[in-house]
Design a protein around this ligand. Structure first.
Ligand code: PLP
Length: 382
């Protein structure tokens, strides 16, 4: 094969030297403390069967969607799902994208215009940052979950005038820290000043608000300009949706390039999301209760083992043990693997240098014994 250009070789070499080279892992048969399958939906055989049943009932037997949603790919299940999502999440409209990544780049590359300003939490997901970079608006980050810093940044930006639309973006549950911002205060700030609040609920849907997300739990659906919900995490499927007003949906259908210039999701993919939501409504309560009990137990054990200082405070299914240095985080993860646990190290540059960590994802199907054993092993290393 042709040789890699020298510049790329050098970038790879730097990654190796920084102990940060990424590689595609094998699928381990270890105790799962790392997947996003928070409610265990990917393990439910009945959901696979119900998806097939739904496709047969709708006589949708083709494997592919055959084109972009704007051409031939917009099969009937899209409308069914979007109508359902709007009612379930209490939104005027919903627009399904192929992934959360696509939803975020589609929104942020097309909605904020030249002359507008986006303020984003410094820890927002890469897809939000990439979308902002692709657009023409100015952008400023504010310190993580720090409303005072956000207010300072807004005051400092000289160029807000009558023509400037201000967008503020955050996550309901941060993917790498597991913590949450004060969403009510953010919503108030936005309402008072006519700013537009966008909340990525990727790690909150299926867990908070009886499954509907943290915005629903707080009852502030009407105060948010747009929400991003994803189906690849607690819902156990694939894809995402932007929940928003009718006019914004029309705008995105016309201008969000990650929606327009890509093949639509297959009937099977959409059917599985519909089934997952049915399942969430029917049986979700039990799984969510199990997950919540495990989160509580995990926190109790951290307290009992006097590990609190090493963990980032979180009430979600994501908990992080700070283990500064790529080498240290990798080593701890390797040791846990040898003990049978799958816990991923999060390395720089994914997180800031010095903030490398082990990231524990908790699930409804983890047992108390697994949690206890895991944390006791950690205690011996710390
Ligand atoms: C906060 C957040 N937003 C968006 C995404 C992207 O979602 P998807 O995996 O559906 O592309 C992720 C996934 O890691 C995420 O954590």
């Amino acid at each position: 094969m042709a040789k890699l250009p020298e510049k790329l070789e050098q970038k790879l070499e730097k990654r190796r030297l920084d102990n940060a080279l990424r590689a595609l892992p094998e699928t381990p048969s270890l105790i799962d403390f790392s997947s996003n399958d928070y409610l265990g939906f990917t393990r439910k055989e009945e959901m696979v069967n119900d998806t097939s049943k739904l496709l047969n009932e709708e006589k949708l037997t083709s494997i592919g969607s055959t084109g972009s949603r704007l051409l031939t790919g917009n099969h009937i299940l899209y409308k069914e799902l979007e109508d359902f999502l709007a009612v379930y999440h209490v939104s005027d409209s919903a627009l399904v994208f192929n992934s959360g990544y696509d939803a975020n780049i589609g929104f942020f590359s097309s909605v904020p215009q030249r002359g507008d300003i986006v303020f984003y939490d410094e820890l927002v997901h890469a897809s939000i940052r990439d979308g902002i970079k692709m657009g023409n608006a100015k952008s400023y980050k504010f310190a993580h979950n720090d409303l005072n810093d956000l207010r300072r940044q807004i005051e400092r930006s000289q160029n807000i005038d009558g023509n400037t639309e201000v967008y503020i973006v955050t996550e309901a549950v941060f993917s790498m820290d597991g913590d949450s911002p004060d969403l009510k205060a953010l919503a108030n700030l936005c309402a008072k000043n006519n700013y537009h609040l966008i909340v990525d609920e990727a790690h909150a849907v299926g867990i908070f608000g009886g499954g509907k997300g943290l915005i629903s739990e707080l009852g502030i659906e009407k105060d948010v300009f747009a929400r991003v919900v994803t189906f690849g995490k607690a819902m156990g499927c694939h894809g995402a949706a932007i929940l928003c007003g009718n006019e914004l949906k029309t705008y995105l259908v016309n201008f969000a390039r990650s929606l327009i210039y890509t093949t639509a999701l297959s009937p099977h993919a959409i059917a599985s999301v519909l089934v997952a939501y049915q399942y969430l409504e029917q049986y979700g309560k039990e799984e969510i209760t199990g997950l919540r009990a495990n989160i509580l137990y995990f926190k109790e054990q951290i307290h009992h083992l006097e590990l609190e200082e090493s963990f980032i405070q979180s009430n979600s299914s994501i908990h992080c043990l700070l283990a500064p240095g790529n080498q240290k985080a990798k080593q701890l993860s390797k040791q846990l693997k040898e003990e049978g646990f799958d816990v991923k190290p999060i390395l720089s540059p994914t997180v800031k240098m010095g903030e490398e960590r082990l990231r524990f994802c908790l699930h409804s199907y983890n047992t108390k014994e697994e949690i206890k054993n895991l944390l006791q092993i950690i205690r011996t290393y710390i």
